[in-house]
Structures are given as C-alpha cells and as structure tokens.
Design a protein around this ligand. Sequence first.
Ligand SMILES: [Mg+2]
Length: 342
Amino acid sequence: MNQTVRIRPDGSREPLGAAYDTALLDLDGVVYAGGEAIAYAVESLGTARDGGMHLAYVTNNAARTPETVAAHLTDLGVPAEPSDVITSAQAVARLIADQIPAGSRVLVIGAEGLRVALEERGLVPVDSADDDPAAVAQGYGGPDMPWSRLAEASYAVARGVPWFASNTDLTIPSARGIAPGNGAAVQVVRIATGAEPQVAGKPLPPMHRETVLRTGAARPLVVGDRLDTDIEGAHVGGVDSLLVLTGVTTAAQLLAAPPEHRPTYVAEDLRGLLLAQPDVDAVDGGFRCGGWTAAVADGELALTGSGEPIDGLRALCGAAWSAAGSGECELDAGKALARLGF
Ligand SMILES: [Mg+2]
C-alpha cells in the first residue's frame, strides 16, 4: 500500500463537496439498494452537484451499459449522462486492448455491458471457444446465465487463451438476499482450469486508471460502502475516501479494518458530502470527536461523553486503529456501539 498507516479519520474544515472536485461514487449500497434510492441520496447528490462538485458513478458490475445505468439513476432523480458512469467492463476492455491488437476476437462470457465495452475498444465479441478468440473476457452475466457459458470459458482458457475478468466480487446483493457474483463464476473457471485471470475491477489499478481517464478528476474523493473494493481501491489509487454506512459495512467491521481498508472519512449516508468533517483529536489516553472520547479500557473499546452518534464512531475509529497499528483491531466494542445505536 502506498499510504502510511491511518490511525484516525481525518477532519475537513470545508464541506467535502467543496474540498474535492469529483465524487467517484459506488452505486449499490451508496446511491441505491435493490433498485431503490437510499435515504438522503437524491437530495444530497443534487445539492453537491449544484455546489459545483462533479459526480461520477463507478461500478464493478459489468453487466449493464453506462446508458442503462445512467437512465436508472435519472429515473431515481439523480440526473446522469452515460459519460458519468464508469464500469469494470470498460476497465477490462481497455486492459485487453492494451495487450492484443485491435480487431481481435474476444470470447465474451457475460452480458451486454461487456460486449459494448469491448466493441468500443475495437475488439470483436464472439460467443464460442471455437471462434479462435485471442482473449476471454468474463463479467457478470446475470442470474440466468447458463452453466454452458462457464464451460465455454473453460475450453478456451484451458487451451491457453489469455483470460480476463471484469471483477472478482464473490457476491452480488439482490432483493431476496446474497447471490453469487462474478467472482464466484470466475472461481468455477479457475477450479476447472487451474488458470488465473487478469482482473480489472475495484480495488485494482485498471479500474482506478479508467476512472481517472474518463473523469479527468484532479482531486477526487472515492465514496463507497465496501472496505475491500471501494476503500481499498482508493488506497491503491492514492486518493481520499468517504465510507458511508448505508451498505454492507457495519460499524464493528470499520473498527476492525486493517490499514488498507481504513477510509479517510466516515459518514452515516451521503449527507456527509455536504458537511465539514470534525477532527478526531488525540487526547490524554484516548481520542475525542465532538462530545465523545473513546479509549481502550479493561481490554475493550469504551466511550464517554455524549453527542452525535457518528462522532462517537469516529472517536472509536481513532482508538481502535491506533491500538491496532498496522494490524486489525480485535478489541470488543459491542457496548460502545450499542450505546451509539450502531
Ligand atoms: Mg457498493
């Protein structure tokens, strides 16, 4: 990791929407969940945009085209253009185009978003391992993708055709629960062939490179709900990040985060973009934020004071990350988090 060990969340005297020129927003768990807008997302993004912040949407989901994602966002009340959407399909298409000549055939295991992204880079999508592909591109194909597509990938990969994956998220949230994501499908081909794909999506550098190339962001802020994709991707790219607690990450997981998973800032939801961020100050024997002081006492994380719950969580991050150093904090924070309602 190219960042020193973070031992507390940062403060910002300016609202984050003014301190950074571009928000690189994850979608699921940040802007929407199960297709519906998350509380405060629509109005917060509208206010941030009116204040001059450029909003871009960065998703590891390779199945949908930027046009489809932009239309969905616009329907939810978050006006977006296709050029505001960056997908792992675009990132993997560029990764492939850097390694094989334009006009080459690429076996597509996935959906429309991947096919369109490959065509955009001058590559020719094909459907069969017998079409003499120069590469295999694997992305999320949706819940109805037939098993025979994974066989098709395996035939080509086993012959030594270079294999690329849009992303390796093991799961994908659905309205009915946790479903297997592209990473699970990649594992199937990996087990069948013993081969390893080149991967583009968050948290890896190809996705960050694609995002910076397409947005031209000078001072970006990554905004996400997942520590091992969004926040780690920000570390890999060397840029600041905001974790929102509207998605998959719990407060307890945040406290236990190793250095590469620690965000610069933490907020309950996207209203955090509109606010200055309070400092977390090291004080005698602990860390203070707002009206709260957090410290290690009797082998667990303890909290004194009162105030906004999110400030209490920020103070706890200071105490937990400081105690853990470059490792993961294993101290119990159950009572302190219960007091905050997290
Ligand atoms: Mg997410």
